[in-house]
Design a protein around this ligand. Structure first.
Ligand code: PFF
Length: 354
């Protein structure tokens, strides 16, 4: 007699707990975890950190931090999640049999979730702006100039509405479940994001002024290499970029099939995340010097680079505006890229208590 169809979203039950969802394939897991890792931190945070901390000197220290600290930590978080097959608080609590350490583990899990709530509270606002900036060229092209200027106004109404719209989209994906929501969306969005990124890098490289950016990005200034701020920033960036220490990857690990090799899948996620950060540097830093060649100010009066939010929401839009008709398309592509990166990261933040 044919057996009943197996629902691939649900794993067999364990310890009398409700059945746990699973990713349906390794690719699905890697895309979802890379989706969590690749976010605003890669496309905006990494390039601006590089520009602020001695160019390629920062990149070298960052790569060292990724290999020596972040990658092992990623394997550890995924291992705890998959071994426990529980939500992060219960998973951390199950690491020991001793009541004191059980409680300590659970407290560490709760601290992770609290930190995540703090991250999502600013991430959602920034992501709302990214959505608004993505729609602005469309409003302009269709003659809705009032709407277009509201979308870039940073007014309280915009902050609120854009943030709610972004969170509604995130909730919509998370509610659809692990394989039907998170995995399905990540498998579609991540390749799209990659193609947009490559296309934008190729385009920016053809513009006047890109070469200076390339030099700024790739030439190491070793006088910075032992600065404590460089070391701390490189470590913080590596942890933030791989979504570590806040249980997001742990919960994804708890949905990963027993068959998959943890070191191998973690290596894939790390490689994807690092490649996107390196590529984003090839886009954002040359875009800044192209903007400078077009007469846009990128340095403050004291000679330091403008604040990173000014660079993304003022310098780059000014560059896109100076490009004429092509500028609207490039602006839309850039902010779509950023919005996708932000969405797949926010999804993992919302799923973390799962
Ligand atoms: N890794 C994301 C980024 O680089 O933007 C940020 C992030 C996502 C941090 C998910 C923590 C997290 F749980």
């Amino acid at each position: 007699m044919p057996s009943a169809p197996v629902q691939n979203d649900i794993a067999s039950s364990n310890d009398g707990l409700p059945p746990r969802s699973v990713f349906s394939s390794r690719l699905g897991f890697v895309m979802a975890a890379a989706g969590s890792a690749v976010g605003v931190g890669n496309i905006w945070g990494f390039p601006t950190q590089v520009a602020d901390h001695g160019g390629a000197a920062f990149i070298l220290v960052y790569l060292l931090m990724v290999v020596v600290l972040a990658y092992p930590m990623l394997v550890a978080e995924m291992t705890i999640g998959r071994m426990a097959q529980k939500n992060p608080v219960a998973a951390m609590g199950s690491l020991s049999d001793k009541p004191f350490w059980k409680k300590t583990g659970a407290i560490v899990g709760v601290a992770g979730i609290i930190t995540l709530s703090l991250i999502i509270s600013f991430y959602a606002i920034i992501s709302g702006w990214l959505l608004a900036f993505m729609l602005e060229p469309l409003a302009k092209l269709t003659g809705m100039t009032g709407l277009a200027s509201w979308l870039t106004s940073f007014s309280t109404s915009l902050n609120l509405i854009a943030m709610v719209a972004f969170m509604a989209l995130t909730i919509h994906v998370v509610r659809a479940g692990v394989s039907n929501g998170i995995e399905r969306w990540s498998k579609k969005l991540m390749p799209m994001m990659f193609i947009l990124l490559i296309g934008l890098v190729a385009y920016i490289m053809t513009l006047e002024g890109a070469e200076q950016g390339l030099t700024m990005y790739l030439k190491p200034d070793f006088s910075h290499i032992l600065e404590p701020s460089l070391l701390v920033n490189a470590m913080g960036q590596a942890f933030f970029s791989l979504s570590l220490g806040v249980c997001a990857i742990m919960v994804y690990g708890s949905y990963l099939s027993e068959k998959e090799s943890l070191p191998k899948t973690a290596a894939m996620v790390t490689a994807l995340d690092t490649s996107v950060a390196l590529l984003a540097g090839l886009l954002v830093i040359p875009a800044m010097t192209v903007a400078q060649a077009n007469g846009v100010t990128i340095y403050a009066a004291d000679g330091t680079l403008l604040e990173s939010d000014t660079l993304v929401f003022t310098v780059l839009p000014a560059l896109f505006n100076s490009m004429g008709a092509a500028g609207s398309i490039v602006a839309m592509a850039f902010f779509t890229l950023m919005s996708i990166a932000a969405l797949t990261s926010a999804i993992s933040m919302l799923e973390a208590p799962g």
